[in-house]
Structure formats: structure tokens, C-alpha cells
Design a protein. Sequence first.
Lengths: 316, 171
Amino acid sequence: MTSPHPFASIFGILIVVLSLAALLIWVERRLLALWQDRYGPNRVGPFGLLQVVADMIKIFTKEDWIPPFANKVVFVIAPAIIMVTVLLSFAVLPIAPGIIVADLNVALLFFLGMSSLGVYSIVLAGWSSGNKYSLLGGLRAAAQMMSYEVFMGMSLMGVVLLAGSFNLTTIVEAQKNLWFVVPQFLGFVLFLIAGVAEARRLPFDLPEAEAELVAGFHSEYSGMKFGMFFVGEYLGVILISSMITVLFLGGWKGPWLPPIAWFLIKMFAFVCFFILLRAALPRLRFDQLMSLGWKVMFPLALANLVATGAIVTAFR
Amino acid sequence: MLSVIRTIWSVFLHTFHRRVTIQYPKQKAYLAPRTRGRIILSRDPDGGERCVACHLCAIACPVDCISLQATEDENERRYPEFFRINFSRCIFCGYCEDACPTYAIQLTPDFEMSEYNRQNLVYEKEDLLIDGPGKYPGYNYWRVSGVRIGGKDKGEAENEAPPVDLHRLTP
């Protein structure tokens, strides 16, 4: 089952999502500045909006350098992987009725699979750079993936149980009367935390960790290859925010405003929350992240799944 | 866990705080009256150059940004033939002003002296000299010092006693 206008949807979503990701550079800098009592970029264009354009021109005119000690093929492919996997995840995302590229029956599994594949980008980038800091970043990405991926999937199973489907459109329709954030509050919190780790944002930006690892996995990257990691990170933020919206906040559902507006409002609120987290919280050590993931989050997700399953079975 | 939420909340409250940035070109920060900025050479109330080219400023300068050469005019008054300050080196410490025995070199509160060309930051004497006496309006070095110059012999300066005649024996 696909959308009525597949090409319009594909290009529309591509253009909107990519320009949103570029715009997020500006949004993040302005919001961080707001929460640090500064102004941020406000010189280029109205409110500094054209800062994005200036950044793009700068990053496109940088030297595209491949270090001689790097594994060239993998080094070049790695930044593409993160873009491809994140953009493919957007294909199954129901933004509004009819605005979806592929309405898969296993959309949720597809999303989880793609997000797991995205980690390869980081690990391969870290490994192929031939640099100890990059390698440490890649190692941390792998360790981080081990710790959050499991409870991320687990936390979503409660939603699947309640909706009775892996199809995201069906999940949104199932929230007609009550958003899943209410019956699945624990799952919501767990997915939010896992999502921050998935998007490799502070306080879980261990692979990057500019304070200790130079720039982590992308230390050796420059020019648009670095830009692709950057855009990939923002795309990840948008994707996770959209997923939270779809899975827990009723997607496009809402009174008065058109569906797409509701979707964008909810998504943007979570994007802002991601940036607020970055402004507020320090980075965890990776053993702390692993013990948090395995000793706290995983049992909670499991308990949530069992309890939801029991309740759903009891009231069926 | 609670502390994490409290941190997030207190950072969020900064949305409503006043921003501390001063938007510089439009908004100016308060400058103390004695801010040390661009260096000038002042003149005495009669319009003559105060600088006597004693080199003390150049010696006091920790970054060696002052260079000058002394010469004398027809009245045997010392003055700098050239006086050059390299503002790309200057650290605005004010030691030159402290060292100056004639109040000639002074620091002003002006600090906006950016240039696209580094060479333009080397100021010559014409760029440094101002028309007025700067911070010390009434002071004229040649009028109060005991140095003999053309038109003023020893003992003729303000508040100066006539010189002792060494050949007389009376106390």
C-alpha cells in the first residue's frame, strides 16, 4: 500500500526534511544561545536566518580531504550510510493522511532496522579514519548501540500491543481517542531517552565527545563529508521527534488546525526539547550509559511490556 | 533522576532571562573614563610639540612598538624627527604614558582602530599629533624646566631661581 501521489510525497518529504535539517543548525544555535543568555547568530539576514546559507557556502568551499592513512573506500561511503538510512526511515513516516511514501505493514520494524544500520556509518567512519580518536569514537558508538537499541525496541512494543499493528498509520488511527503517551507513559520516557541516544545527541553524544576525543568518529572528515554527518545528525533528531509524535502523541491528530500543522508543531516541540537537553545536561561516561541501559532501562522496558501485555490480554 | 529534571527546568527558565550580550556596533559598552586606547602625542598650550625625544617611552614599551629619532631645531629644542607607533604590536599598557617626563604621549579611550591592511596600523607622527594639550591643559615643559634653549636662558623658567655664580665666594 502506497500513497496516492508517491513522487510528490517523495520529493516533498525530501525537500522539506532536508531544508528543515539545514534550518535546525540555525534553530539549535539560537536556542542554545537563548538558554545561555546570549543571542546567537543574528547578523546574516533577518534574525540571522541566512546563517544557514553562509554555513553551506563555507562547508562547500572547504577542502575535501581524505587522509593518506585512511581506508579510502569505506571513508567515502561511511557518511553516505547515515544519510541513506535516516532518509529511508522517513519513507515509512505518516506525516498526514496521504502524505507518506510507503505505508508498510512492518513500518515500525523498518524504522528500528534502519536506525540500527545507521550505527554502521559511525563505526565504519571511526574505523576507516585510521586515527585513534576516531576509532575510540567508533567503539563507543558500538557500545552505545548495544546498550540502547534493545530497550528502544522493547519500549515500543507496548504501543504495538495497544494498537495491534506495526503499521504507523494504524498506530496513529488507534490514538483517535487517547494519545499513547497516557497509557504508555513509561514507554514514552524510555523511547525518548533511547531516541536521544539513537540520534547521538547530548547527553549521549559519546562517539563525538569533542571534549575528550577531538571530534570522535568524524575527526578526519572535512567539507561536505563532514556536512553529511552533521545533516545526518539533525535528520536523526527530526526523525526521532517525528517518531515520538507518531507513536505517542497521536501524529497528525488534533483539533482545528490542519493535520500537517499539528504534526509539525508536535515534532518541533520535541526538536526543541532535544536542544534543551543539550543545553542542560553533561555527557555520560560510556560505562554509565551501558549500566543505565542494561540495569535500569532494560528491566523497566521489560516490566512495561509485561504489564501492558497483561492488561491488554485481560481486557480483550 | 530528579536532579536531572530540575536541571532541565532551570535551564529552560533561562528563556525568560535578560541576555547579557551587548550588541556592539549598535550598542556600546560603558567605557571607564581612563580606558587605555589609541595613543596620541599632545602639544603644549603654545602649540609646540611636547615630545622632547628622550626615548623613555620607547625603552619602557614592553613590546617595542615605539620607534623615534631625536633631532634639534634652530633654538636647540629637542624634538622627534620621526615618531612611529606600530599599533598592531601595541598592547595599550600605558607604560609609555607613565614614563613620559613631558606629558607628551597620552592614551585616549578610543579603541576602534581596525584596518584591513596591517601596514595601516603603523601610525606616523602626523597621525599621532593632536592640536591640543590632552589631559594636562596648562603644562609647558620648556617653560618650567631649567634647560637652556634659544630665547630662554638658565634661571628664566617659571619658579626658577637664578643660577648660582660659581666664581663668587659668598654663601
